[in-house]
Ligand binder design. Structure first.
Ligand code: T3D
Length: 263
């Protein structure tokens, strides 16, 4: 599939998605959101894809909503933000969280507004030591979206999330790591290589079990203990019927490394 505003390539089981509007710091407009949604849907359908790596072209990861689309000079502004958020950002977050394959973000530079929260929706966030995270919404009179008010308090606690979201201050990659917002910080020259190697390694693991694990972790936010225990039992039943479970146990007994197929 050809795209105009993202690049995609599959190699070694990893779908690489690069947000590709570097002149506007990969800010998201409607056509880019549609391409990203289509790529994530395809990742779910394609058994050859066993992990996804999301990054940005140029010096930024993503500056959030394209403000030239939202409020164009002399043009037609977006008037119904609620509808826009529902059709673009809500769907993107649900696509990332609903994709039962690991999604790794390689945050190569600034991640602002919806761009920051898109990164935080991913399963693993690698960030360049030059990267930063900005809950930019309050600075332009908007509220946080793209799942930020759900994810960020769970990652860093309510007090810090409130400060980030009400003050809109820049959080460096190092601070983000210390606060438990992200998984790894790497120097800019090795970020993509290391995040790619990590995603390729994930793509050799028991993909269906990782996908079910993701479903459990996502569900845990809304379940009570009894419901979560029941879901664990149900999904363990599913995992126990997988080819990867049979292979994992055979490999353990044979004292060899497993060769998982993802099924
Ligand atoms: O619409 C709805 O449905 C509501 C949903 C909203 C979701 C959201 O994401 S709201 C938040 C939107 N994003 C922002 O408010 C961030 C705006 N950008 C910035 O604050 C800064 O650009 C950054 C802190 C991210 C980076 O600063 P800096 O100094 O490194 O770069 P810069 O010079 O500001 O930007 C470089 C270029 O990118 C510049 O264009 P130019 O002057 O070279 O032609 C700038 O206008 C452009 N750019 C940056 N961010 C955006 C953008 N263009 C359009 N939309 C952007 N979000």
């Amino acid at each position: 599939m050809t795209h105009r505003f993202i690049q995609t390539e599959t190699a070694k089981g990893v779908l690489h998605i690069t947000l590709d509007r570097p002149d506007v710091l990969n800010s998201i407009h409607t056509p880019m959101a549609a391409e990203l949604l289509a790529a994530l849907a395809e990742a779910g359908r394609d058994p050859a894809v066993r992990a996804v790596l999301l990054t940005g072209a140029g010096r930024a990861f993503c500056a959030g909503q394209d403000l030239a689309e939202a409020a164009p000079e002399g043009g037609q502004a977006l008037t119904d933000f609620a509808a826009h958020v529902r059709t673009a950002y809500n769907r993107l977050v649900l696509a990332v969280r609903g994709l039962e394959k690991p999604v790794v973000a390689a945050v190569n530079g600034v991640a602002a507004g919806a761009g920051a929260n898109l990164a935080l929706a991913c399963d693993f966030v690698f960030a360049s030591s030059q990267a930063s995270f900005i809950q930019a919404f309050a600075k332009i009179g908007l509220v946080p979206d793209t799942g930020g008010t759900f994810v960020l308090p769970r990652l860093v606690g309510m007090a810090r999330a409130t400060a980030m979201m009400m003050l809109g201050e820049k959080v460096s990659a190092t601070q983000a790591l210390e606060l438990g917002m992200i998984y790894r910080v790497r120097e800019p020259d090795v970020l993509l290589t290391e995040a790619t190697a990590f995603a390729e390694s994930l793509a050799t693991q028991a993909t269906s079990a990782l996908g079910l694990t993701k479903r459990l972790l996502t569900a845990s936010a809304g379940n009570d203990l009894a419901a979560q225990l029941e879901l664990e039992a149900e999904l363990q039943g599913e995992a126990g019927r997988s080819a990867d479970y049979a292979e994992g146990v055979a490999a353990f007994k044979g004292k060899r490394a497993p060769t998982f197929t993802g099924r």
